[in-house]
Design a protein around this ligand. Structure first.
Ligand code: NZQ
Ligand code: ZN
Length: 386
């Protein structure tokens, strides 16, 4: 097992009816900016629950943060924060609203020239404006981690940021919010969380037995609840397990003491930036080809996953590992998630070269757990994903 440090300060308030406890988590003297997305919270009753719980607190609202939180929109929110002397942020939404709020938390206290520098120069945030979240969509685990991903449509870029100052102070996770989530977003959430586990697991063995089993148990739980949640998102037990699995998949715990890959996300982000494909779907496009191209380096873990998560029998490591990739694709297909780029856009030709060139320009010359995934290999993987 590798050495590690672990600190996660986010308080999780989990369960039925927990939104009504929101007020207790917020300082009385705070001036709060309530941030939300395209308006789903106004249709499913979450907005009413949140505003009722905010009675007695001073707050104003900023709505309209789009999926893949857009820099230009966030700059408008930043203006509000400064003009209104906001002291506390409250994100009510999925990964996009929470990530947008994290950017604002960092940008509100940033003293440099342009907040875009935080993203482009990878400036870690050690202190941000405090914020809490009410999660409406299980998927990213942004509610319990300190990372964010911000999009800039103008330049077709999508970059990550983060730092120890960007953990939410608290996050409210009421699985009842799952009831109103459309099928497409449910499938996305399952796929994103499942791939988060893969990114931290599908590397090479380092004797992290407990981490491996944490990771496998999250994947097994997602596989088990996926059909239930797709069939009936009002199934509370399935929703609760789905929600907690998504949070556990990327709150830092399973990454400790083991190598991480994250190349699937790096490539996937480019597909969202270029074509607007939903984040989770880009991962389903890239992951199978990534595992096929890096088969030799990853086959031991692929086989362990094949045996333990998919119950594949036998002694032939290569055969089990190959079958495990096929099972993964079949799982995505069972969620109605296509796994080739050409199923999402007719303009896929040339994408591989374009992404490889971008990675070269940015100096991203060696991704993955061995830091040896070159732009040339990235190009091959994307071509295999067509
Ligand atoms: O905008 P609203 O109206 O809220 O509608 C949203 C949006 O259209 C809707 N939705 C959310 N909760 C709902 C609901 N609709 C009905 N009922 C509800 N209860 O769902 C749509 C998608 O929301 P979004 O927040 O974009 O989805 P998700 O949570 O999948 O977040 C995706 C973003 O997170 C980033 C992705 O790159 C992407 O930008 N990620 C963030 C990570 C992190 N911070 O750790 C890690 C991930 O790998 C990922 O990169
Ligand atoms: Zn993701």
């Amino acid at each position: 097992m590798l050495n590690f440090e672990l600190k996660n300060p986010t308080k999780i308030i989990f369960g039925k009816g927990q939104i009504e406890n929101l007020g207790k988590e917020l300082p009385k003297d705070a001036k709060i900016l309530l941030l939300y997305g395209g308006g789903s919270i106004k249709k499913n009753g979450i907005y009413e629950q949140v505003t009722a719980a905010l009675q007695g607190h001073e707050f104003i609202e900023f709505g309209g943060i789009p999926a893949n939180p857009e820099y230009e929109v966030l700059l408008k929110a930043l203006k509000v924060i400064k003009e209104e002397n906001i002291t506390y942020l409250l994100a009510v939404g999925g990964g996009s609203v929470i990530d947008g709020t994290k950017f604002l938390s960092a940008a509100a206290l940033y003293e440099g020239d342009s907040p875009w520098d935080i993203l482009i120069n990878k400036i870690p945030t050690t202190k941000g404006m405090p914020f809490g979240t009410v999660l409406t969509l299980p998927a990213t685990a942004s509610e319990m981690n300190s990372g964010a991903v911000i999009t800039r449509a103008e330049t077709q870029e999508k970059f990550s940021m983060g730092g120890p100052g960007l953990f939410p102070v608290f996050s409210i996770l009421d699985p009842q919010v799952v009831a109103s989530i459309p099928q497409r977003q449910l499938a996305n959430g399952i796929t994103d969380a499942f791939t988060h586990v893969l990114e931290q697991y599908m590397t090479y063995p380092v004797g992290g037995h407990l981490q491996d089993r944490f990771a496998e148990s999250i994947m097994q739980t997602l596989v088990e609840v996926a059909p239930e949640i797709i069939k009936d998102p009002r199934d509370y037990e399935a929703a609760a397990n789905f929600m907690w699995s998504c949070t556990m998949a990327l709150n830092g715990l399973i990454q400790k003491g083991v190598p991480g890959d994250w190349a699937v996300h790096m490539m996937g982000h480019e597909l969202t930036a270029l074509f607007g494909i939903d984040h989770a779907r880009t991962l389903a496009i890239v992951a199978p080809s990534h595992y096929r191209l890096n088969f030799e380096a990853k086959k031991e873990k692929l086989a362990q996953y094949g045996k333990r998560v998919w119950g594949i029998k036998g002694d032939d490591i290569d055969a089990i590992a190959k079958e495990a990739i096929v099972k993964t694709e079949a799982f995505f297909h069972s969620l109605d998630i296509p796994t080739t780029l050409s199923e999402y856009t007719p303009d896929y030709k040339g994408t591989a070269e374009k992404i490889a060139a971008r990675f070269t320009e940015r100096g991203w010359l060696g991704l993955g757990e061995h830091k040896d995934l070159s732009p040339a290999k990235v190009q091959q993987i994307i071509e295999m994903s067509y």
